[in-house]
Design a protein around this ligand. Structure first.
Ligand SMILES: *[C@@H]1O[C@H](CO)[C@@H](O)[C@H](O)[C@H]1NC(C)=O
Ligand SMILES: *[C@@H]1O[C@H](CO)[C@@H](O)[C@H](O)[C@H]1NC(C)=O
Ligand SMILES: *[C@@H]1O[C@H](CO)[C@@H](O)[C@H](O)[C@H]1NC(C)=O
Ligand SMILES: *[C@@H]1O[C@H](CO)[C@@H](O)[C@H](O)[C@H]1NC(C)=O
Ligand SMILES: *[C@@H]1O[C@H](CO)[C@@H](O)[C@H](O)[C@H]1NC(C)=O
Length: 275
C-alpha cells in the first residue's frame, strides 16, 4: 500500500467510524424527541429545561426543578420542602413564585420563613422583604395602616407588616409579639401595599422572582447547536441530546466536524506520512 492509498483507507475508516456508527446507534434519539416535548399546566405552557415532571422524565430537566400540575390549574414546585405556586417562567432563567400555604390567607396556620436551595436558586435583586409580626398586643405607636387582625387564643390579635427601617424604629413595641416572619415580595407588590392599593395577601400572592441562570448557561450552547437540553439520569450531569446521540455540551455540527477532520488529515499528510 503506497502513502496515497494508505491515506485514502485511513480517511475512509475514520469517516465510517465518525459518521456511520452514530447513525447506526440512533435509538438514543428517543430522548431527543421526548425532551423536545414541553410541560404544560393551566395558563403556563411550553415549559422546557431545566423543568421536568408531568410526563417529562427527570432526564429532560435538572434535579430540583420538578414541577407538579396542581389540579390541572397551575404548576407548583417544592423548594426545601416548601411548596410554591409558579406564576410565570421566563426564557432567560427567572421564575415568579408565591408560597402556597399562605395563598389568600393573611393569617396562615403555619408561620415560617421562606428559604431557597441556594445551590439552585437565588432571590432576584428586585425583591423586597416584608417583615411581618403576629400575635402582638395593640400598639398605638405603629401606624394603623400597617396593622391587621389575626385572632389568637390568648387574645393578642394584632399583626403588623413593616419594612426593615420601620421594624427597627418600632423594635421595642414589637418585642411583645409571638412570631416574626420575613416574606419576600416583588417591588411592585411592595409599592402597592405601601400605597394602600393592595392588602397584605395581594402583595404576597403577586409572588417574587427567583433566578436560576446557572442552569441555563450550558443549555443555551446546546440549543444553539440544535440540541435539546437534559441530564444524565445516573450522574445527573448536564447532557445535550442531539439527533444522533447525547453530548456533554453541544451537538457536533457536521460541517464543522468534517472541516476540522480535514485540517487534521492535511496536517497529518505532511507530518505523518513523509517520514
Ligand atoms: C421540537 O419542538 C418544537 C416546538 O414544539 C417543534 O417546532 C420542533 O419541530 C420539535 N423538533 C423535533 C425534532 O421534534
Ligand atoms: C410573564 O412574564 C412575561 C415576560 O416577563 C410577561 O410578558 C408576562 O405578562 C408575564 N405573565 C404573567 C402571567 O405574569
Ligand atoms: C424568620 O427570620 C427572622 C429574621 O432572621 C427571625 O427573627 C424569625 O425568628 C424567623 N421566624 C421563624 C418563624 O423562624
Ligand atoms: C376576630 O374576633 C372578633 C371578635 O371575636 C371577630 O369579630 C372577628 O371577625 C374575628 N376576626 C377574624 C379575622 O377572624
Ligand atoms: C451517564 O453517567 C454514567 C455514570 O457516570 C456514565 O457511565 C454514562 O456514560 C453517562 N451517559 C452519558 C450518555 O453520558
Amino acid at each position: 500500500m503506497d502513502t496515497y492509498n494508505f491515506f485514502f483507507f485511513f480517511s475512509a475508516s475514520i469517516t465510517f467510524i465518525l459518521v456511520v456508527l452514530p447513525v447506526a446507534y440512533s435509538h438514543e434519539t428517543d430522548q431527543f424527541m421526548e425532551c423536545n416535548g414541553t410541560f404544560n399546566c393551566g395558563t403556563i405552557q411550553g415549559i422546557r429545561y431545566p423543568f421536568w415532571g408531568n410526563g417529562r422524565p427527570r432526564y429532560c430537566g435538572h434535579r430540583g426543578f420538578e414541577l407538579l400540575c396542581h389540579e390541572n390549574q397551575f404548576p407548583a414546585i417544592d423548594i426545601n420542602s416548601q411548596r410554591f405556586r409558579v406564576l410565570n417562567i421566563s426564557r432567560t432563567g427567572t421564575m415568579t413564585i408565591a408560597p402556597v400555604d399562605i395563598w389568600d390567607d393573611p393569617c396562615p396556620q403555619q408561620l415560617y420563613n421562606i428559604s431557597l436551595d441556594h445551590t439552585l436558586f437565588d432571590f432576584a435583586s428586585s425583591i423586597r422583604d416584608l417583615d411581618i409580626f403576629y400575635g402582638c398586643p395593640l400598639e398605638d405607636d405603629i401606624p394603623s395602616q400597617n396593622r391587621f387582625v389575626c385572632n389568637t387564643s390568648n387574645g393578642d390579635n394584632y399583626a403588623y407588616y413593616l419594612d426593615e427601617s420601620l421594624s427597627r424604629i418600632h423594635r421595642s413595641e414589637l418585642e411583645g409579639c409571638g412570631v416574626r416572619i420575613m416574606v419576600p415580595v416583588s417591588r411592585s407588590g411592595f409599592d402597592e401595599l405601601w400605597s394602600g392599593i393592595d392588602k397584605i395577601a395581594d402583595a404576597w400572592n403577586k409572588g417574587f422572582d427567583v433566578v436560576y441562570v446557572k442552569e441555563m448557561v450550558p443549555c443555551m450552547a446546546c440549543r444553539n447547536s440544535g440540541g435539546v437540553c437534559g441530564s444524565n439520569d445516573t450522574s445527573l450531569n448536564f447532557l445535550c441530546f442531539c439527533p444522533d446521540k447525547p453530548y456533554s455540551k453541544s451537538c457536533i455540527v457536521p460541517g464543522m466536524f468534517s472541516s476540522s477532520l480535514n485540517i487534521f488529515l492535511s496536517n497529518c499528510l505532511t507530518a505523518c506520512f513523509m517520514v
